[in-house]
Structures are given as structure tokens and as C-alpha cells.
Write a protein that binds this ligand. Structure first.
Ligand code: PLP
Length: 233
């Protein structure tokens, strides 16, 4: 059967932990077809964001138009948008869709990923057309504690682990995938929490990089299949 299509509008993370790597792998794990609009390329690893290269607005718009026109996603999820102009564009073109807005304001390693103008664009343009928003506590406060009917406040996982880079993106993408699969907001939130908890447990003892490692983006099945070629898992 043809799977539902979900669109992630976000940035790349060269370390494979957060951003589009998290979004697309989560979509695949949950059985929806993932499409993507790249807003920025980041050079980063488990220790820091070393560089950010925003994609020009017309190229972001062209990606968005192509996906909306041909692939017809039913659910759209936003992550790092990299600029207020992108947030306004997304608000304009994606209003009316089931829209999951994960307001990414800062990398887990510390670097700010949004300026004051982008925070304002979230508040004035994007959040008002969102179906659900998934800020963590710091983002919720920075956004002026938005009074949104579909606000799902995210906390750090309850699983003690150093390997949690990309947890926010993974949660919001799992939520988007479950909405696309027909769950209501309450069910989708519960299932997304369960998925993230499972992935955090899976990667708890991994030793990827020298900083905070990525949340696991592979599935239990692929781990079993590849067990003979893995070490230290
Ligand atoms: N998107 C990108 C491209 C990032 O680099 C980051 C953090 O570094 C995030 C999103 C947010 O990551 P997290 O899911 O860890 O909050």
C-alpha cells in the first residue's frame, strides 16, 4: 500500500544526530515516506556546531513548491529554519496542513540557531498556523510562553544517557509520522514518546564521537541483522 507522505523542513547535521538525519530516519522507521526541504547545511559533530550555511530563500521555496506540487504530503514538520524569511514563507505556504512546528532555537551543544527576528517570526507567523508545537522549556520561555491549544512541552528523556543529540527532532518527527498514520494528537504524542524512549535505550551505551552522541536512528531489526559486524553495542 502507498505510504503517507510527510515533509520535513529543516537543516542537515553532518554528525547524523539531529536535523534531517533524525527526521528522515524516523519517518522510515515508522513507515511513512519522508520528503525534505533543506533550509541550511550545518557543519557539526557531537561536540559543537562549527559552521552554518543557510540556503538561499528562492532555493528553499523551490524545494517546497516541488514537494507540495508533486508528492502531496499530508503532514509537515519544521525543524531548524535558519531565518525569519523562511519561517514566514513556511507559514504562508503550509497554513492549512497538519503542521508540527518544532521551534529549534539552540543546538544541544550550545550554539544559537535562531536570531531575534526568527523568534518573532515563529511567534507572529508560524505558531499561529501550527497544529502542534513542540518546544522544550527554554524554547517555550524564549517564545513568550505561547498560549497554543496544541502545545506539547518536551522534556529531556527519563533515560539516563549521554547519547541524546537529536532527541527533539526525533520526537517531533515521530509525532508527525503518527499523525500521518491516522493517530489523534494524544495518541501520536504517546507513541512518539515511546519511540524516543526506545531509541534512547537502544543507543544508551554507544560510543559515537567524543561529545553527546546521537540518539539511535537504527531500528532493533537492523541491529539484530547486523549484530555480527558491530562492536561495543
Ligand atoms: N536541527 C539541527 C540542524 C541541529 O543542528 C539541531 C541541534 O544541534 C537541532 C535541530 C536540534 O537538536 P535536538 O533535537 O537535539 O534538540
Amino acid at each position: 500500500m502507498t505510504p503517507p507522505v510527510v515533509l520535513a523542513i529543516a537543516a542537515t547535521d553532518s554528525g547524523g544526530g539531529a536535523g534531517l538525519a533524525a527526521d528522515l530516519t524516523t519517518f522510515a522507521a515508522l513507515g511513512v515516506h519522508g520528503t525534505c526541504v533543506v533550509t541550511a547545511v550545518t557543519a557539526q559533530d557531537t561536540t559543537a556546531v562549527h559552521a552554518v550555511h543557510p540556503i538561499p530563500l528562492d532555493v528553499v521555496a523551490a524545494q517546497l513548491d516541488a514537494v507540495l506540487r508533486d508528492l502531496k504530503p499530508t503532514v509537515i514538520k519544521t525543524g531548524m529554519l535558519a531565518g525569519a524569511d523562511v519561517a514566514r514563507l513556511v507559514a504562508e505556504r503550509c497554513a492549512g496542513f497538519t503542521l508540527v512546528v518544532d521551534p529549534v532555537l539552540r543546538a544541544s551543544t550550545g550554539r544559537p540557531l535562531a536570531d531575534a527576528e526568527l523568534v518573532e517570526a515563529y511567534r507572529d507567523h508560524l505558531i499561529p498556523v501550527a497544529t502542534v508545537i513542540t518546544p522544550n522549556t527554554e524554547e517555550f520561555v524564549a517564545l513568550g510562553r505561547p498560549d497554543h491549544p496544541g502545545a506539547v512541552l518536551t522534556r529531556g528523556g527519563n533515560i539516563p544517557t549521554e547519547n541524546d543529540h537529536g532527541t527533539g527532532c526525533t520526537f517531533a518527527s515521530a509525532l508527525a509520522a503518527h499523525l500521518a498514520l491516522g493517530a489523534d494528537l494524544t495518541q501520536a504524542t504517546e507513541r512518539a514518546h515511546d519511540f524516543v524512549a526506545h531509541q534512547l535505550t537502544l543507543g544508551r551505551d554507544w560510543g559515537l564521537g567524543s561529545g553527546r552522541g546521537p540518539v539511535a536512528h537504527i531500528s532493533t531489526n537492523s541491529m539484530t541483522l547486523n549484530a555480527h559486524s558491530m562492536t561495543d553495542v
